[in-house]
Ligand binder design. Structure first.
Ligand code: UD1
Length: 360
């Protein structure tokens, strides 16, 4: 039995790590294809090295471009890869351009497609990720849902028969890294002269917050006026957009910093007073680490974090300031994101779907 995982963007490398380990443990052949959507070493190589994945088997080197150019280049390159490897499954992750390209290429070649993190919805059709996830769910043969809410969305769209609730693989890797860190302080404390609970960690990269100069200027000003230093782990997209809009990402309380490797990010979040983000993954990671989160978006796919009080949506400077200084949320023992064993379930489902040929 052979699985091809197609990944291209930073959060997908994190999700790939537990899948790769589970495939290996089950004796399943696992071919890793990196589309090249993310290519900066701090968005790519560092994850493969630190999370024990090893180098990708195939690298398409597609790089950046408009949505059509980037997705089209991946589509053009993937046919030959799938043709050469003849996998039992193509496994795609999340909602990026790499995901929709691989799903489309594989279904056209009649190769079964499994979608990890299926069923997420923001219901915001201006987000590129919303189109990607809806199209991928409807194209795929097996929908591996991380949460009950995702299962319900898929049922509403008539996709219940193809859906399995497996839990969230991000929980698998996060719990492992948290335990490995064993409370070790973040290297950011020494580097930037910070104290535990004396700063916020921020990430902002979504098109909705970065592409319009007025919006990015407002977000930067809101973070700059917070009551503690705000360490902005700046994705290349926000750096590029800020430079072209003439906006400084180091002003007032706001301090721009290069992106961190996964373990360093988790350590930085754990030592912080809170996280301010528009990333999907970080909202969940903050919740699972017991760190209050403020999300700079008008909606979120991870509604459980909001319902349980650990995440607040905030967009204006006033809303953001109020959200980050809110009282600590009530502790919860709810675990909407699974038990840390989702990857084993994913591989088991793929083996069943391929006719039980694990280890072959
Ligand atoms: C992509 C995903 C988004 C995910 C994010 C994780 C899509 C539509 N979006 O957004 O869902 O949350 O990855 O980080 O697939 N750039 C670099 N170096 C890189 C990569 C990007 O400089 O290694 C810059 C380029 O200017 C590029 C821009 O960032 O044009 C945007 O990159 P792209 O991959 O298109 O989207 P992300 O914003 O990273």
């Amino acid at each position: 039995m052979k699985i091809i995982s197609v990944v291209g963007a930073r959060p997908q490398f994190v999700k790939l790590a537990p899948i790769h380990a589970a495939a290996k443990a089950a004796g399943v052949e696992h071919v890793i294809v990196h589309t090249g959507q993310h290519y900066d070493p701090m968005l790519s190589d560092v994850f493969f090295e630190d999370l024990g994945i090893g180098a990708p088997d195939v690298h398409l080197g597609v790089g950046s471009g408009s949505h059509g150019v980037q997705t089209g280049a991946m589509l053009a390159a993937l046919d030959a890869v799938f043709d050469e490897h003849h996998p039992d499954w193509v496994l795609v992750y999340g909602d990026t351009n790499s995901t929709v390209a691989a799903a489309l290429s594989a279904v056209k070649m009649h190769i079964p497609v499994a979608h990890l993190e299926a069923g997420l919805r923001s219901f915001n059709r201006r987000m590129p990720e919303e189109h990607n996830r809806v199209m991928t769910d409807h194209a795929a043969d097996l929908l591996l849902a991380p949460t009950q809410v995702a299962v319900d969305h898929l049922a509403t769209e008539g996709l219940a028969a193809r859906t399995v609730l497996v839990g969230d693989v991000m929980t698998d890797v996060l719990f492992e890294v948290r335990d490995e860190l064993a409370g070790a302080p973040s290297a950011l404390l020494d580097e930037l002269g910070l104290t535990p609970d004396g700063y916020y960690v921020a990430t902002i990269h979504r098109a909705e917050n970065t592409d319009d100069p007025v919006r990015l200027g407002d977000v930067a000003a809101a973070l700059a006026s917070l009551d503690k230093p705000v360490i902005l782990l700046a994705h290349p997209r926000v750096v590029a957009k800020a430079a072209s809009h003439g906006i400084s990402l180091t002003q007032g309380a706001l301090i721009a910093h290069a992106p961190l490797a996964y373990k360093d990010l988790i350590a930085a979040a754990l030592s912080s007073a809170g996280v301010v983000t528009d990333s999907g993954g970080l909202q969940k990671e903050a919740f699972l680490l017991g760190v209050p989160c403020t999300t700079v978006r008008t909606e979120t796919e991870w509604v459980e974090t909001i319902e349980l009080g650990w995440n607040v949506l905030a967009n204006t400077a006033t809303e953001i300031a109020a959200a980050v200084t809110r009282p600590r949320p009530v502790e919860t023992d709810e675990s909407p994101y699974g038990d840390g064993k989702a990857a084993q379930r994913v591989v088991a489902e793929l083996i069943i779907g391929a006719g039980g040929a694990g280890g072959a």
